[in-house]
Design a protein around this ligand. Structure first.
Ligand SMILES: [Zn+2]
Length: 274
C-alpha cells in the first residue's frame, strides 16, 4: 500500500511538472530547450554519458582559439648551499662571541630565501648545528646534481669577500671510467670560473670589495658540478659586521644576483630545462 500511494504521488508530481513547464514555455518565461524531454511524458531521465554539452567540449590538450595552451613548467634549477663547519667544529673564532659556523649558517639561510625569490630552489647541506665531514658534504652535493654548489666560510680579516674556485692539480689518478675523487671538480672548472666572475661582479656592483681567488680546498675539489666557495670577511675593522643583519642581507642579495646572472647566461635559469 505504501509503495502504491507513493507511485500515484510520483505520477501526479510528474504530470504537474509537465503542465507547469508547458505553461511557463507558453508564457515565454523559460526556454523550451531547457525543459527535460522526459518531463512532458512523466518519465525518469538518466543522464547520457555523452550529453551534448559535454560532447561539444574540446579536449584540453587540443586547445582552441579561445583557450590558453597548457602551461608546462620546467624544473627549477637547484643550488646547493654548504655552510662550512658546524657542531663541535666551530671554524674560526671570529671574536669572543661570533663563531664562523654560526655566521655561515645564518648567511646560508638568507641566501636560500633570496634564491627562492629569484625563481630557484636552494637546499642547505646542513640546516642545523651538526658535524659533517668534507666527504659527507661532497657526497650530498654530488647526489643532488645541482646547477651550482656554493660553500660558505668566514674570516675575521678585513679583506672583503673572496670567491674561490678549486686550484687545478695533477695529483689525480687515472681510474679508467671512474672519476678520481681528488680531481672530480676539474672538468667543471671553466663553468665554475664563469660563476665566480658573475658573483664577484654582482658583489662589486653593490659597492662591496670582492676578489676572484683559487685554493686547494675541500670539498670544492670533490664536487662534480660547477662549484665556488665564498669567504665572507668584514669590509671594516669591526668583526661584528659579519653577524650584522644589514651586512649579511646585502651580501646574500649580491650573491643571489650573481648566481641568477650565471644561471641565466648558462641557460639554466627558470623556464629552461636543465
Ligand atoms: Zn671556514
Amino acid at each position: 500500500m505504501l509503495s502504491n500511494s507513493n507511485r500515484r504521488g510520483w505520477m501526479s508530481r510528474s504530470r504537474w511538472a509537465a503542465v507547469s513547464a508547458a505553461l511557463l514555455t507558453a508564457l515565454g518565461l523559460i526556454d523550451a530547450q531547457s525543459v527535460p524531454a522526459g518531463a512532458s511524458q512523466g518519465q525518469t531521465q538518466s543522464p547520457s554519458p555523452l550529453a551534448p554539452s559535454q560532447a561539444a567540449q574540446p579536449l584540453p590538450s587540443q586547445g582552441s582559439p579561445g583557450q590558453a595552451p597548457p602551461v608546462i613548467t620546467a624544473p627549477k634549477p637547484l643550488i646547493i648551499i654548504d655552510p662550512a663547519h658546524g657542531g663541535s667544529e666551530s671554524g674560526a673564532v671570529l671574536n669572543p662571541t661570533i663563531l664562523e659556523k654560526d655566521v655561515t649558517l645564518s648567511l646560508a639561510r638568507r641566501l636560500r630565501v633570496d634564491l627562492g625569490t629569484r625563481g630557484f630552489v636552494a637546499e642547505l647541506v646542513r640546516d642545523d648545528d651538526i658535524n659533517l665531514s668534507t666527504d659527507d658534504r661532497a657526497a650530498k652535493a654530488n647526489a643532488a646534481r645541482p646547477a651550482l654548489y656554493v660553500c660558505l666560510h668566514a674570516t675575521s680579516e678585513a679583506r672583503g669577500i673572496g670567491i674561490y674556485t678549486a686550484m687545478p692539480s695533477d695529483s689525480g689518478e687515472t681510474n679508467g671510467p671512474f672519476i678520481d675523487w681528488n680531481t672530480a671538480q676539474f672538468s667543471f672548472l671553466p663553468t665554475s670560473r664563469t660563476a665566480q666572475q658573475e658573483i664577484v661582479a654582482a658583489i662589486q656592483k653593490g659597492g662591496i670589495p670582492a676578489r676572484s681567488l683559487t685554493a686547494r680546498l675541500r670539498p670544492l675539489s670533490n664536487v662534480t658540478s660547477p662549484a665556488v666557495a665564498v669567504e665572507l670577511g668584514p669590509t671594516k675593522a669591526e668583526v661584528s659586521q659579519l653577524s650584522a643583519d644589514d651586512f649579511q642581507q646585502s651580501i646574500s642579495a649580491a650573491l643571489a644576483n650573481g648566481i641568477a646572472q650565471f644561471l641565466s647566461n648558462s641557460g639554466t635559469s627558470s623556464g629552461a630545462a636543465q
